[in-house]
Design a protein around this ligand. Structure first.
Ligand code: GAP
Length: 468
């Protein structure tokens, strides 16, 4: 990572902490690697990102069903899905310090492409190329490290006593969708094609969590399993590909920072017959943002065999019995937030002074409008500003009232958290000699700093227009 890129990430991480977006997990105890806590503005940003997804892929479609499944599941779910055996990353240990690393990451950093390499090939490549640990020491052989977090279900305090009752924190939300396939079919009798959607937490014991919220151990996913007739999978894969681009646009990510990558067979997950990764140009490099996979009938077949339950889909018209195939658009919430923040972070000069601000799309901005009285110690100004604030709040609830510091400082603070518009009530507003609706306030645009006078009676339509 170049100094500049490091610097940009440091500025964003510091802004996130200072302004209440994202804090280190368990910070006062020294933190817990790979965990992050969302503060008030971070939660608002996250909810906006999730709500846009839910509206676009569930509420506005007739072929989609939302669920919220339990994180703890019968461990046989993960045995059937293949995760117990196959969900692992290549681990390598520094022989001297005993610190552990992702072998593929160390190879990449040494300029070697580890794509498609087995753990034996990685071990050989490390020796051949003389790859060392970040501390400059020799590395041991590469092993598969299982990434699912284990836990014990019931009154057992050690794993041996727990025996069969060892379970896992789900590593993908998809598992909860597949085991509810039959339930949704039985409750709603949907016609193929249809999808089941879920937003929720997933857990992965990442060997090396890094890059802020990019690679974490407790993550959140927005996933759809879209069930199709086998012969139509390509058509629906293409539709989802377009839908994912529509979502990228809806949250304001610049299209030119997002790139598709056709994942070669040897690099695909064990269940996938085709995968396109959507990669994003983060400050620390081009990395996976989302995945679109064709999982065939892998999961339903495995769960049918593993559970012994009759989960086939029966066409209500023809009586035909089939196991549908699955298209899976899988989107990480944290990676979306990081893409949104890093692409929105802007430095410029305004009124002869340097400023840094978040050029967030109004759709995701945690605060859409801030309302201020010009001065805080004038009761009439305060009263009028509060009145206008309450009036706007009824229609635009993500709003903030701010009286702290001088007006210039308030504008800069709102710029820094990405508030698209500020409304200031001044003496002209309260001294106006006419109908209240005709009194004017100042409306300021975040990106240009441009200010204009708008009549109180027209504020709502003006704001709605500006926030489109
Ligand atoms: N159900 C498919 C699945 O889980 P994946 O490629 O392993 O596929 C899907 O994960 C998405 O989840 C990724 O594209 C990424 O956005 C997010 N993701 C995966 N691991 C992550 C981690 N350790 N930290 C943050 N996000 C992660």
């Amino acid at each position: 990572m170049s100094e500049n890129k490091d610097n940009k990430m440091e500025k964003i991480i510091s802004l996130c902490k200072r302004r209440g977006f994202i804090y280190q997990g368990s910070e006062i105890y020294g933190g817990l690697a790979g965990t992050w806590d969302y503060g008030p503005l971070g939660v608002a940003l996250k909810k906006n990102i999730e709500n846009i997804w839910w509206r676009m892929f569930v509420d506005s479609r007739e072929d989609m069903y939302g669920i919220d499944a339990a994180i703890l599941m019968n461990p046989n779910v993960w045995r059937s899905s293949g995760h117990v055996d196959s969900f692992s990353d290549p681990l390598v240990e520094d022989k001297k310090t005993k610190k552990r690393y992702r072998a593929d990451h160390l190879l990449e950093e040494a300029g070697i492409n580890p794509a498609g390499m087995s753990i034996e090939e990685m071990s050989a490549e490390i020796v051949r190329a003389g790859v060392k640990s970040p501390d400059g020491n020799e590395l041991g052989g590469v092993q598969n490290f299982k990434m699912m977090f284990e836990t014990k279900i019931g009154a057992y305090d050690d794993a041996e006593a727990a025996g069969e009752n060892v379970s896992y924190l789900r590593p993908e939300t998809a598992g909860g969708i597949f085991v509810n396939f039959k339930n949704v079919v039985d409750s709603f009798h949907p016609k193929l094609p249809f999808g089941i959607a879920q937003i929720g937490k997933a857990f992965r014991n990442e060997i090396a969590p890094r890059d802020f919220i990019f690679r974490v151990r407790e993550l959140e996913q927005m996933e759809v399993e879209y069930f199709v007739r086998p012969e139509n999978w390509e058509e629906h894969f293409e539709k989802w590909r377009k839908d994912m681009w529509n979502y990228v646009e809806a949250i304001g990510l610049p299209r030119d920072l997002v790139h598709e990558l056709e994942v070669p067979e040897e690099d695909r997950a064990h269940y996938s017959k085709r995968t396109i990764d959507f990669e994003f140009d983060y400050p620390f490099g081009r990395k996976e943002l989302y995945g679109l996979a064709y999982r065939g009938d892998y999961d339903l077949t495995k769960h049918k065999e593993g559970s012994g339950s009759k989960i086939d889909y029966v066409d209500s018209d023809s009586g035909e019995k089939i196991l549908p195939h699955v298209i899976e658009p899988s989107l990480g919430v944290g990676r979306t937030i990081l893409a949104v923040l890093t692409s929105a972070y802007t430095e410029d000069e305004l009124d002869g002074e340097p400023r840094s601000f978040l050029k967030l799309a109004p759709s995701v901005a945690p605060i859409k409008v801030a309302v201020f009285p010009l001065l805080k110690n004038k009761p009439e100004l305060l009263k009028k500003a509060r009145e206008i604030y309450e009036m706007i709040r009824k229609e635009i609830p993500q709003i903030m009232f701010d009286t702290n510091g001088n007006i210039g400082k308030r504008y800069r603070r709102q710029d820094e958290i990405g508030t698209p518009v500020c409304v200031t009530v001044d003496f002209e507003t309260i001294e106006f000699d006419g109908a209240d609706q005709d009194a004017e306030v100042t409306v300021r645009d975040r990106d240009t700093g441009k200010q204009e006078r708008v009549k109180v009676g027209e504020i709502l339509s003006h704001l709605k227009n500006q926030l489109k």
